[in-house]
Design a protein around this ligand. Structure first.
Ligand SMILES: NC(=O)c1ccc[n+]([C@@H]2O[C@H](COP(=O)([O-])OP(=O)(O)OC[C@H]3O[C@@H](n4cnc5c(N)ncnc54)[C@H](OP(=O)(O)O)[C@@H]3O)[C@@H](O)[C@H]2O)c1
Length: 262
């Protein structure tokens, strides 16, 4: 949550400052100084960027690409839930880092068009249009080097099938299974992992907060110059926050889902 300080006994957090805190969904919070992070002032960068590309969402994408995948220039990527917050950030950052071909999957034809027309993906598909393995094989006929996995399930199995030798799976999330905990386990060819020398690694962004300054150095000048754009769906009205959250889980958002209080 981003909030404006309206009263403070700490000179380091004066009235009027914008802070980020984790007290959850509320209009007013009483926070201790160590629970609120004062936002840096970057001229020309909208505040909402601190919830998206400069916030936990962008940091997840940045850590996934630089620390977990250790992406090298020219490498080809596949990203699932590509039109969401982490997915759009991953696509845009990977493009700026010199990635090769970018392939994404999303849940509607409109999102597929958004990925290729706006975010910079080279190819994208709607995962409802058939078996994911077939759709991915068609979209990435010569294979991929890195799979950024926001979804799990069939997407993960399909990606392992098309990864090249020394490919990496970055396990970011499992949104395809959050509402179906009884879903069958993911099926993939276990021999592939050995024969192609694959690596799969998961991570939690909260364990990589020290990378934030590096993300700022990379992203802020590019936001200011316009090389990097924001992808967000903004819902206005604090009382719509639960609906917005549930809508995000069902795919109602393109880019980061943000609720503006009023
Ligand atoms: N590891 C970490 O520290 C970390 C940090 C932040 C987020 N995450 C994870 O990263 C993933 C993305 O998070 P986000 O905040 O950026 O959310 P998001 O991608 O903006 O929103 C979730 C998206 O998931 C897609 N989705 C829902 N059900 C699906 C299904 N059954 N199969 C495929 N896609 C489905 C929907 O898009 P469609 O219309 O395309 O279906 C929806 O827009 C989540 O798994 C989240 O838990 C992990």
């Amino acid at each position: 949550t981003l909030g404006r300080v309206i009263d403070s006994r700490d000179p380091a957090l004066p009235e009027g400052e914008i802070v980020l805190h984790r007290h959850g969904w509320r209009t007013h919070s009483v926070v201790r100084p160590d629970e609120a992070r004062r936002l840096p002032h970057h001229d020309g960068v909208p505040l909402s960027a601190h919830l998206g590309i400069l916030g936990g969402t962008g940091l997840t994408a940045y850590v996934g690409l630089t620390r977990i995948a250790q992406l090298r220039e020219g490498e080809d990527l596949f990203v699932s839930a590509a039109a969401g917050g982490v997915g759009t950030a991953t696509g845009r950052l990977a493009r700026l880092m010199g990635a090769g071909r970018l392939v994404g999957s999303a849940g509607t034809p409109e999102k597929v068009a958004y990925l290729t027309e706006r975010v910079g993906y080279d190819a994208a598909f709607d995962y409802h249009a058939g078996p994911v393995a077939d759709l991915l094989a068609k979209a990435a006929p010569t294979g991929i080097d890195v799979y950024v996995d926001n979804v799990g399930g069939d997407h993960l199995g399909a990606a392992i099938g098309v990864l090249r030798e020394h490919g990496r799976v970055v396990r970011v999330g499992t949104v395809g299974q959050y509402n179906t905990p009884d879903a069958p386990p993911v099926r993939f060819d276990h021999a592939d992992v050995v024969e192609k020398s694959l690596r799969m690694e998961g991570f939690l962004v909260r364990n990589h907060q020290e990378v934030r300054e590096e993300l700022y150095e990379f992203a802020v000048p590019r936001l200011v110059s316009g090389q990097l754009a924001l992808d967000e769906t903004v819902v206005t009205g604090f009382d719509r926050i639960v609906d917005a959250f549930l809508s995000m889980l069902r795919g109602g958002n393109t880019g980061k889902m943000i609720v503006r209080g009023s």
